[in-house]
Ligand binder design. Sequence first.
Ligand code: HEM
Length: 487
Amino acid sequence: MLSTLLLGVLVILVLYILSTWKKKKQNLPPGPTPWPVIGNIPQIDRLAPYDSLTKLGEKYGNVFTIYFGWNPVVVLYGYSTLRDALLGQADDFSGRAIVPVFERIANRKGLVFSNGPHWQQQRRFSLATLRNFGMGKRSIEDRVTEEAKFLLDFFQGKQGKPFNPAPEITAAVSNVICSIVFGDRFDTEDKTFQTLHKMISENIAFLGQRGFQMYNTYPNILKWLPGEHNKIFENASKLQAFLGGLIENHTLTRDPNCPRDFVDSFLNKIDEEAGNPDSHFTMESLTYTTFNLFIAGTETTASTIRWALRFMLRYPEIQKKIQDEIDNVLGSEKRPSLEDRVRLPYTDAVIHEVQRFASIVPNGLPHEALENINFQGYTIPKGTQIITFLHSALNDKNFWDKPEAFNPERFLQNGKFVKNEALIPFGAGKRSCIGEALAKTEIFIFFVSILQKFTLKPVPGEDGPIELIGGGTRSPKPFNLCAEWRV
Ligand code: HEM
C-alpha cells in the first residue's frame, strides 16, 4: 500500500518536473509555478477571478502563463499588450479556443465557437445581414424604440412602488434581437420566454465559474459525473430545440423573395449554396448561429443597462445632471434617437463610464493560437488557450486616472465627449463583438428613455454600496428600485 502511494507521488513529481522543463523549453511567458495535475486553478479566486489575474499581471508583467490542469493558458494583460496582439497581430490572435464545454454545446459550428472558413463565412454573412436589417424598412433603432415604449409602460404601471427591473430589461433587450433574428417579439409575461432567459443567464454565469475551467480541463472524467455542467448542457439543448422550432416555422411560412428577418435571409443563403457540398450554410449552422446571436445579444446588453440603473441609485447627483441635460436638449416628449447622442455629451460620458467600470466580460471569450505565435519575445505554441483580459485594459493605470473610481468626467473635455482607446468592453480586432453597434443603440435609447420619464430612487434601507454577483462575469446583485414619474 505504502509503496503504491510512494510510486504515485513519484510519478506526479516526475510529471511535474517534466511539465516545468517543457514550459521553459517552449519559451512560454513567465508565470506562477503550477501545481501538478491541477495547475494554477486554486490560485484563481472563485468569486473574483479577475482580481487574481490582476495580481498576477502586476507580478509577472504584460504576458504571463497560468496552467489549467496541465494545459498552459497565456494571459494578455494591459491595454498596450491587448492592442499589440489583437490589432497589431490581428490574424495571429483571431482564433477561438473551442474548449470542451463549447465543443459539446456547438460542435465547432456557428459564429462564436468555430474557426477557419466556417467562422469567416458565418461572421461575414451575419455582419452584412444585421447591417441590411438596420437599413431596411424598419430600422434597428425603430425596433429598440418600440421596446423602450413597452418598458416605460411597465415602469409606469409600478406607480413608484419598489420592483426589480431585471426581468423586464432582459425581456426588452431579448425582444430586440428576436425581432431582428425571428421577426417577432414575445409577450414579456410569456412563461417560455422567461424560462429561456433563466437558462441563458445560468449558462453565461457558468462561463465564469470554476466548474467551467474544471470541465474544460478534465472533460473525460467530468462528463460522467453529476454537477452544474450537466444543467448547462441541458439548457443549451433546450434552447437549441426552441430555436429549431422557430426556424422550422420559418421554412413553412417564408417567401424567398421577401426575407422578413435574419432566419429568412439565412434560408435564402442555404438555397443559394444548395449545389455546393462544402457549403458552410446548412440547417445545422443556422441553428448554432441564431443560438449565438440570441445568447450573446441578450445577457450582456441587459447586464450593462442594469449596471447603469444601479449607478443612478448610487449617485443621485449624476442622475440629476443627466436629467437636466435631457430636459434641455430633448424636453420631456421628444423620443430619444441615436443622433441625439452628440447633443447629450454628459449622458454619453456616463454610459461610457458605466461600460468601463462594469467590465461585464472581464476575460473576453477565450482565444487560441491556431499556429505558433511569436509575441513580445515569447512563443505561444499552437493549441494554447489565450485569455484576452479586457478588464485589465478597462482598469489600466496608464490610460485611466484612478480607475477604481466611477468618474464620468474622464470622458469629457470642455463639455465635449472624448474617447479613450483603452475602452474595449467589446474586445478588439478580428474576433471583436459583432453586436457592438446594436448594443450601443439599445443602451443609449433604453437608458435615456427611462431617465427622461422617471427619477430612480433606492428602496429605503437598500441603498448600500453596489455589490457584485460572484463569478467570472461581472453583474450587480439583483436590486429593487422605485421609479417616480417626472412631470
Ligand atoms: C454590452 C453588450 C455587449 C458586450 C459588452 C459584448 C462583448 C463581447 C465580447 C467581449 C466578445 C468577445 C470578443 C473576442 O472574442 O475577442 C463578444 C463577441 C461576440 N458578440 Fe458581443 N457583446 C455585447 C453585445 C452583443 C450583442 C447585442 C450581440 C448580438 C448581435 C453580440 C454578438 C456577439 C457575437 C456573435 C460574438 C462572437 C464574435 C466572433 O466570435 O467572431 N454581442 N462580445
